[in-house]
Design a protein around this ligand. Structure first.
Ligand SMILES: [Zn+2]
Length: 78
């Protein structure tokens, strides 16, 4: 798994939508890639803040923090 794939799997991972094999690959990338750990932390924080405001598990806020945008771009370029 590379960082781009990590980002694609991220939402399903947080939803519990990955099977055991997919999840182990995903978590293996987390162990190997501090950049994606940071990305995951930022993403979770964004979702948490969104839930606080919207009280909805499905909605991500429209305004994404700048550092999260940079993390996404960095992951795609890696
Ligand atoms: Zn990565």
């Amino acid at each position: 798994m590379n960082c781009r794939e990590f980002v694609e799997f991220l939402m399903e991972y947080l939803d519990g939508g990955l099977n055991d094999a997919e999840r182990s690959v995903f978590e293996g990338h987390i162990d190997a890639c501090p950049q994606c750990v940071n990305y995951l932390d930022s993403y979770r924080e964004t979702v948490r803040l969104g839930q606080t405001v919207c009280e909805s598990e499905d909605q991500v806020p429209d305004s994404v923090p700048d550092d999260l945008v940079r993390a996404i771009l960095a992951a795609r370029n890696a």
